[in-house]
Design a protein around this ligand. Structure first.
Ligand SMILES: [Zn+2]
Length: 234
């Protein structure tokens, strides 16, 4: 994947400017790779015009998000972008910290469901509990953990804050104690939309592919990837 604009400096009227804020750049010593380093006068970011290591290019974070949500795993992304696996893992955590989940519409209809997968090894099962807004088709909240009230409660409480008209779930008993019965529905075909979203998730995220060894090796990475996915597909 080659980007035609690989320079990290923008030239406006013959003056080098910062690509982040268009501020004036001042020379700031020589980098370890013997390249001129610049510092932005306004945002204080340090920039080198042509980086030797691909991970420092400004477009790389966007490409990580694109490849991550297109069904590629960590190692394949690292190979394609020619960056190291450890850098990629750090970047994914950093990107996920900045991602926000879509805003919820008050008094809308929601569906909540659980999706089972593994973390660390095939004997350790873990569930993703997530809430799907029917109208906007956005995933507005999620949690990862064992299939217990504590894991479910975090998602249910978030949805309840938006004053939902109806909340559809499957017939899992745990929901009865968490959701008031006047808005809770467990009717047949009630969770059709979210069941379809489960399929999309399993196709788009490598670590949720069935019958492979691509499941997450750490819960932190698993949560980070999910947050990036839910935040970026909205
Ligand atoms: Zn700047």
């Amino acid at each position: 994947m080659v980007n035609s604009n690989t320079s990290c400096i923008k030239c406006v009227d013959g003056i080098n400017t910062c690509i982040y804020c268009c501020g004036k750049l001042l020379k700031n010593g020589i980098s370890r790779a013997k390249k001129q380093r610049y510092k932005c006068k306004d945002c204080n970011k340090t920039i080198v015009e042509n980086y030797t290591y691909n991970a420092y290019f400004s477009y790389i974070n966007k490409q990580i998000v694109i490849l991550l949500t297109e069904g590629l795993g960590i190692r394949s992304i690292a190979r394609i972008l020619k960056i190291s696996v450890s850098t990629l893992l750090k970047r994914i955590i950093a990107i996920s910290d900045r991602v926000n989940l879509p805003v919820m519409t008050p008094e809308s209809s929601y569906e909540i469901d659980e999706l089972c997968t593994f973390v660390k090894c095939k004997s350790k099962r873990i569930w993703i509990v997530y809430a799907f807004e029917r109208e906007t088709k956005n995933i507005v909240g999620f949690n990862v953990g064992p299939r217990t009230n504590l894991t479910l409660k975090k998602v249910v409480d978030k949805v309840l804050k938006a004053n939902p008209q109806v909340l559809f779930t499957d017939r899992l008993k745990n929901y009865k104690s968490l959701i008031h019965q006047c808005i809770h529905k467990t009717v047949r075909f009630g969770t059709n939309n979210i069941e379809r979203a489960n399929l999309t998730l399993r196709t788009h995220l490598k670590r949720l592919n069935r019958k492979t060894i691509c499941f997450s090796k750490s819960e932190i990475m698993f949560k980070a990837v999910l947050k990036i996915y839910f935040g970026s597909v909205a």
